[in-house]
Design a protein around this ligand. Structure first.
Ligand code: SF4
Length: 706
């Protein structure tokens, strides 16, 4: 029998989900303190002694996530204590890509890294060293502490625009700001348009708000090139061809103006360029847009009428639509719609998209990133979406000779992945990857460094889906020899012989400096804190917009200075719709790579036993009529190919897609595919019109039977 004194003591710790997801859920970690002092070192088990996390559950007090996590994160402790975790530094012993490593000490790893980086600096300068990080952990320190080190080093800097940046860049050209409507305000809407967002899958904690609005009489319209699980719950579903939405919006404007459904008083008082816009969209009849979008003209007309006659009316969108060559223009055009009907006057009216800006306005980025460490140097910038090009371009001067990766798995998440592979295979490229698992990218590393999970490091999480900051307390000590992103960069700074005190500041001191107006003690005590937002729920209730004119700009001089059209304009993406007949003839299907699975997110989780194997896939979805033309049935193996790669995949016949459009759900690792190539081996790395994003969804492929 266990004596009471022998029972472990238990404590509960506040945390916040760090994943690339708008919901930023609050969680509670139950931690047992286990005494193993009577065991000798050989008996000690890291997962059974000291502080051990025994349960991780949603925080029922969290105002947004309300105690519910998701199937990905419900088993987060399996991830923390996975026997596959990287827990020590390792050195590659096999060929690049083989994934063969041997453990080494931190001292050995850091000495090797410092020596190799110094050699690169001495021979080619610091710009031959390239950082690569993404949204693996969205917490403040995890994302941004590293900037101090990279400012001091003077290495190449990364345009971090793989996802999300283009949306803001688009909206900003119309509204002058990335501020927008809190999605929870949809509770007050009477017409909700979910445009290119699969809320029930990728923003699940917003769905109760929409359900509540619908119970109060709101109508729900879903617009998406794929019939998603969200579309199944809509009052109406509209399915334009991918990349054609701007034509649909211009035709909506045509109807709104032709049928006099605009709010003349609001337009006169708060917008710029209405006359020019009206003349511009006069030619965008529903019939013309129908030919481009594949949506019936009568449906477009009815959509515009509903939008122009219902109050409050809100459009909700997220990131997906930015992944076209005309991605920024999509959001610039969309932002014109609420202004035409005066939607911003009403509580529950306007445009609800990412709202991270309301939290980010609390961050002192100078204090966080210490830009003075850069001195008077102006390093080059390379776009993260073009990593393959950066690693293989023979004209790049200096060429990238060292690559440091953390919080990212570009071999799975970045487009044109076969070009990235060719770069990572270079014998003369020195690659360091800081990771929790041996990912498809880590397999190419010379040195792998062990990374903490979210319950092993203290941080603050800002959300782009709701208005609450989240505290994340380190619940347990780092597993093995793992270190956080901030500790990694402190160690790198020390190894390089840097001495500036800013490079070694501890995490809590940095958080205090970076969030000067936030009561961190209260945030730590409560686990979450609402950020400032207009009390009446209307972000532009006064009709003032921070553009040059102080108005919503239907016409934009700023865009002209960027070489873009002054007015909302439909420019067909080159690869998918732009009239490259030779390409369209060789590759007649447009490929989408949507999120589809509930148990994994981007490249995280699909390799873990209770996640990926419980999902179906990978596969290619083809609509029934295309399957007949191709002569394939469910389960047949086909080749999906273009000039970038060839994948063999089983067919899934699906009524979710229009003819001419196919889909490969993404997130599976390479070894989970027949030929070791994943969806992003096929995708397009052309950049968007502005904003630095990338046109994943303007990808053409051929489908061939094997
Ligand atoms: S991945 Fe998203 S929905 Fe799941 S727990 Fe994290 S924030 Fe919540």
């Amino acid at each position: 029998m266990t004596a009471l004194d022998d029972l472990p003591t238990t404590r509960i710790v506040h945390g916040s989900c760090h994943h690339d997801c708008p919901d930023s859920c609050g969680w509670l970690v139950t931690v047992e303190e286990r005494d193993d002092s009577d065991q000798d070192d050989s008996e000690r088990d890291d997962t059974a002694s000291g502080s051990v996390a025994v349960q991780l559950r949603g925080n029922p007090a969290h105002p947004y996530s309300a105690g519910e996590l998701c199937p990905k994160v419900n088993r987060f402790l399996d991830r923390v204590y996975s026997p596959e975790r990287v827990t020590t530094p390792m050195r590659r012993v096999g060929a690049k890509g083989e994934g063969q490593f041997e453990p080494i000490t931190w001292d050995e790893a850091l000495a090797t890294i410092a020596s190799r980086l110094q050699t690169v600096i001495d021979t080619s300068g610091p710009e031959a060293i390239m950082p690569y990080s993404n949204a693996g952990n969205q917490s403040v320190l995890a994302l941004m502490y590293s900037e101090r080190f990279w400012n001091r080093l003077g290495g190449t800097r990364l345009v971090r625009a793989l996802c999300g940046t283009t949306v803001g860049a688009g909206v900003q050209m119309t509204n002058g700001t990335t501020r927008g409507l809190d999605p929870q305000e949809l509770r007050h809407s009477k017409l909700i348009i979910l445009w290119a967002t699969n809320t029930r899958l990728t923003n699940r904690h917003l769905w109760p708000t929409i359900e509540a609005a619908m119970a109060d009489g709101a109508r729900l319209i879903v617009i998406d090139p794929i019939r998603t699980i969200t579309a199944d719950y809509a009052d109406e579903f509209i399915q334009p061809l991918p990349g054609t939405d701007i034509a649909l919006m211009l035709a909506m404007m045509n109807v709104l103006i032709a049928e006099d459904l605009i709010d003349h008083a609001w337009v006169a008082a708060h917008t710029l360029g209405f006359e020019e816009l009206a003349a511009h969209v006069a030619e965008w009849t529903p019939e013309r847009a129908s030919q481009i979008t594949g949506v019936d003209a009568s449906v477009i007309t009815q959509l515009a009428r509903a939008y122009g006659t219902t109050r409050p009316v809100a459009i909700r969108t997220l990131i997906g639509a930015e992944h076209h060559e005309n991605g920024a223009m999509f959001f610039r055009t969309m932002a014109c719609l609420p202004a035409l009907v005066g939607a911003w006057q009403d509580r529950g009216g306007g445009l609800a998209r990412s709202i991270g800006v309301w939290s980010e306005e609390l961050i002192d980025y100078g204090a966080l990133t210490q830009p003075q460490l850069l001195g008077d140097r102006s390093p080059r910038w390379l776009n993260m979406s073009r990593l393959g090009e950066a690693l293989t371009d023979p004209t790049l001067d200096p060429p990238v000779q060292a690559l440091i990766v953390w919080g990212a798995n570009p071999m799975v998440v970045t487009p044109n992945a076969e070009l990235i592979r060719r770069g990572l295979e270079r014998d003369d490229l020195f690659t360091v990857v800081h990771e929790q698992f041996i990912t498809d990218t880590a397999r190419y590393a010379d040195i792998v460094l062990p990374a903490t999970t979210q319950i092993e490091a203290t941080d603050v999480v800002t959300s782009w889906g709701h208005l609450y900051l989240g505290w994340n307390e380190a619940a347990i000590a780092p597993v093995g020899q793992c270190v956080s992103n901030s500790e990694l960069h402190r160690r790198l700074a020390s190894a390089m012989g840097f001495t500036e005190p800013e490079l070694f500041e501890d995490d809590l001191a940095v958080l205090k400096a970076a969030l000067p107006t936030v009561d961190l003690d209260a945030l730590r005590r409560d686990g979450f804190m609402r950020v400032p937002y207009p009390h009446d729920g209307r972000p532009f209730g006064d009709g003032v917009f921070p553009t040059r004119s102080g108005r919503v700009e239907f016409i934009s001089e700023t865009l002209v200075s960027l070489g873009q059209p002054a007015l909302p304009t439909f420019v067909p993406p080159h690869e998918s719709l732009g009239g490259d007949h030779e390409l369209a003839h060789r590759f007649p299907f447009q490929l989408l790579t949507p999120k589809r699975h509930t148990r994994f997110l981007n490249s995280s989780y699909s390799h873990l036993p209770k996640h990926g194997p419980l999902e179906d896939g990978p596969f290619v979805e083809i609509c029934p009529s295309d399957a007949v033309i191709l002569g394939v049935t469910d389960g047949d193996c086909v080749q999906v190919r273009n000039d970038r790669a060839l994948l063999r995949l089983p067919v899934r016949i699906s009524t979710r897609l229009r003819p001419g459009v196919v889909a490969i759900p993404w997130g599976w690792w390479q070894h989970q595919h027949i030929d070791g190539r994943a969806a992003n081996s096929l995708t397009n790395d052309t950049l968007t019109d502005w904003g630095g994003g990338v046109a994943f969804s303007d990808t053409l492929v051929a489908i061939e039977t094997t």
